[in-house]
Write a protein that binds this ligand. Sequence first.
Ligand SMILES: [Fe+2]
Length: 645
Amino acid sequence: MRNTFMRFVLLFFLLNSIWIVSASSADNLPVIEPELAIVPYSVFQNVITSEQMNNMVDGNEEGLTLDLLNPDLSGKIYFSQYPFEAGDSGYDYTYYTDKIGSLSQGSGILPIFNLYRTKYDANDWLGRGISTATPTAAYRLKLFQAGKGYAGLYGSRVSFNYEDGAFRKMPTIVLGPYVTMVSSDDPESMVIVWETDEPSFGQVSFGSLVYKEEKGAITKHSVKISGLTPNAEYEYYVESVSPDGRKVTSNTYTTHTAPQKGQGPVTFAYGSDSYHGVGGGERAYMGVNAYILNQISANARRQGADFLIFGGDLVEGYSSDKENFAFQLRTWKQVMGGFWRTSPVYPGMGNHEFVWNYYEDDSVLAKWPYKTDSGEAVFASEFYNPTNGPAVSDSRRPTYQENVYHFQYGPVLVISFNNTYWASGFTDSVYETYGGNPLGYIMEDQLAWIEERLNTAENDPSVKFIFLFGHAPVFPYMSHIGDGMWYRGDNKMRPYTKNETSGKLEPEALGIVQVRDRFWKAIAQSAKVAAVLTSHEHGYHRTLISNTTPVGVFPDDDTDGDGKLDKYSPNPEFVNPTWHIMCGGGGSPYNAEGVEPTPWKPERTTSHYGYVLINAEDDKVSMEFVGGPVFEVLDRVDDLMAVKK
Ligand SMILES: [Fe+2]
């Protein structure tokens, strides 16, 4: 009897757990799962994982042993102190020596002893005179794969101890430290983050105080520093101790708290599109064009940028392998380290920040479960952005947390919007067949949030200037006239969502042109929006959008009623003239103008790489596009607000 009862109980729980499993996967999706084979596919696949790249073990009198755990790999090991001349430069960097290690059958010695020779001892490790930081070497691997040839450039860093003629590996800060959450929203605090290659107990020495991280032995560290003075300089360094007592200490850095709201002047940089460039070498560094991105962040530092915002397409992405995607985002963080150790970096998402299910018919849908495997989820777990974005109106969809957000810095309000959210794509009918969001579209929940943010800012006297930044251009001019927020005026473009009850796909009420118009109307009704910064096209253009710009109005300009605009009238609701500045020259393969005609025409266009530098001072806010090999000013607007008067 008892046995039968137990069997019944067991069966009950079993049936319930099966139901729970199926309900939490495909049944609860806002898209229809294709009955097609999923093809594992990444546009760019690193040949090693982050763990393999960092697999350093104690070595001998010459250095540490790196074991990539893959006998098919061979290559060269270049190395440098990290940072080179610690404490002597405002920007961390590497300066490789002519001593080079080699890898065969996946392993080799990183010959650090060379850096202890007087000729190369730039950090005074022999005398320990320059820095109290733990000796750390950055290494760069040029890898070749058996039977396949060149397999890319890889790089990380390792901390060590050299005693009694032998090198011993120490816990290593592989990423960071970075200063995050630095803004006027709370200018008395910031959060210092860093990552170690092994679990460790963290602490931050900040000014005259020590902040212990009470989270046990972990690898992703974050410590909130509070009670600071706004607009003040502080020195800090971080330490991490492994459970067996080995300690790593970072270099000492100077950082700066944000000013009080409304207080200026403020300088910041905007860049975008740094994914894997063509041309070889460092232009293709683990999914990132490190060659250009590093120049941009170094020049932004040189020009005194208080912070840097980045409009998406950070990395190649487009991967079915979430670890591969996370590895690329970590690469981006590594490249930005020189800037980020001192001043905050606020990235947004682009269409390349996409972890996908790739199907045999070339349809792609955002990978699920969204809470853990979507591009949005991985992005949020790798970055340190504000979590003040909108709530999703349909809890089945991915999060907006850390990809839609706002922060204020002095008199400047920055709003990150995401118009590459919950993406589907590649086949024309994918939205109508399986559901999802076309690139460029802003869904109702986010759109209403943007309108509300702009309204609030309009009535906030501490906000003088507003910048919105997002990925897809609102007014494309180069290679993305067929998408962006335009689709050549085809208002039929819109997302489809699976109805939870009927299981059928339902279109959004508004098409892409209507969404663009509602978005821009909200912007143009504000008297404070200095510019909308976008990217996705790999160059630069600047266009003034006003109530005389031919943009096309739906439905009036759809004269034959087929859902697509046939003429391009100005929109009388775009009352305040506002700049649309597209700057996607962060190192991705360049685009030229003139691919096909557009109703609007920019005042300035160029295909150089570069970034936008904004300076807000008193009642004026200037903009420069700084680019090309000597980072010259290629375009300038003395006062972005002058068009409103
Ligand atoms: Fe893009």
